[in-house]
Design a binder for this molecule. Structure first.
Ligand SMILES: O=C(CO)[C@@H](O)[C@H](O)COP(=O)(O)O
Length: 158
């Protein structure tokens, strides 16, 4: 099994983002994982477009944007234009999921589905051949440092 390292950039020191990006890049990380939260789909607000642009400015490594926002289809262009290489959307937050996945791919970036702990894999079974990645969340989206929800292990296994 291939293992890759994707540090969560919401945990970076924002007083020194440029240096954090350069240090992670030279430490050999694989993908910058960026948690985008709108304070509505999840009870927190985190990174935005300027942060993605800063990461893109100081590294050529892939950037993934995990959109924890309502109606992500209206905003995917913002993040692609800022430099994202992979966009994750939540089926719980989007009315036209497959249309949005197809649009993301048509823009030349990879598309992923992220699943809340209480969303079953069956919900998205038909869409699995349309995505490049599936993110199985092992905590409720919104915050770093939460306790691992044990039953999500079975979902990952399946
Ligand atoms: O999407 C999220 C939280 O919603 C994660 O990406 C966290 O940012 C990572 O948390 P830790 O692994 O540091 O607890």
């Amino acid at each position: 099994m291939e293992r890759i390292l994707c540090p969560s950039m919401m945990c970076a020191d924002y007083g020194s983002l440029k240096n954090e990006v350069i240090a992670l890049d030279s430490a050999g990380i694989d993908i910058f994982h960026c948690d985008i939260m709108d304070g509505s789909f999840v009870p927190n607000m985190t990174m935005g477009i300027m942060d993605i642009k800063t990461i893109r400015k100081y590294s050529d490594k892939p950037i993934d944007c995990h959109l924890m926002i309502e109606n992500p289809s209206s905003k995917v262009d913002w993040f692609i234009d800022a430099g994202a290489d992979i966009i994750y959307i939540h089926p719980e937050s989007e009315r036209y999921v497959i249309k949005t996945l197809a649009y993301i791919k048509s823009r030349g970036v990879k598309a992923g589905i992220a699943l809340n702990p209480d969303t079953s894999i069956e919900t998205v079974m038909e869409m699995l051949n349309l995505v490049d990645y599936v993110m199985v969340m092992t905590v409720n989206p919104g915050f770093a440092g939460q306790t691992f929800i044990d039953f999500t292990k079975d979902k990952i296994k399946n």
